[in-house]
Design a protein around this ligand. Structure first.
Ligand SMILES: [Ca+2]
Ligand SMILES: [Ca+2]
Length: 164
């Protein structure tokens, strides 16, 4: 390819990013964020590292609005049969691996909001990682969180800010 043409394409992409922000390859833009959903089922640690390799983190949730945004996005990407199935939910960045019952987000943001399913977290058999329970009669119940064994394999959501 002609190098001037290549440079022009690069500049055009850069200008588009400057005007409205953009997402790297394999991410989709939703609001002010870039999301990457991977339907491959992996344990929580592998999900965390996969996000980090993409310059992102497992998604963190700081409001009901955040939660709805992520759950609606997930529903649009996952097979309809995946809703209301605990083992077909997705990993988020919350964990209490460092100190039992002291939950923190893997992206380092503060825990300023929580959306636990009734009776959770219960640390049943030493559960230290968190996912939406994906269980209940409607979306507002299903998006609530439960602690779950980190070794379970689930799809996952990565998030990063737009490139500006
Ligand atoms: Ca725990
Ligand atoms: Ca639990």
């Amino acid at each position: 390819m002609n190098s001037n043409f290549t440079i022009s394409l690069f500049l055009l992409a850069a200008i588009a990013c400057l005007s409205e922000g953009c997402c790297p390859e394999r991410f989709m833009q939703f609001g002010d964020w870039c999301f990457h959903y991977n339907s491959d089922k992996v344990n929580w640690h592998d999900a965390r590292h996969a996000c980090e390799r993409l310059g992102a983190h497992l998604v963190s949730i700081h409001s009901l609005e955040d939660s709805r945004e992520v759950y609606v996005l997930w529903k649009s990407l996952a097979d309809e049969s995946h809703t209301n199935d605990v083992d077909r939910s997705f990993w988020i960045g919350l964990h209490d691996l460092s100190n039992e019952n002291f939950f923190e987000w893997s992206d380092g943001t503060p825990l300023n909001y929580s959306l636990w399913y009734p009776g959770e977290p219960n640390d049943s058999h030493g559960e230290d990682c968190v996912a939406p329970y994906n269980h209940g009669s409607n979306d507002s119940a299903r998006q609530k969180w439960h602690d779950y064994g980190c070794e379970h394999r689930l799809p996952y959501f990565c998030r990063r800010s737009v490139i500006s």
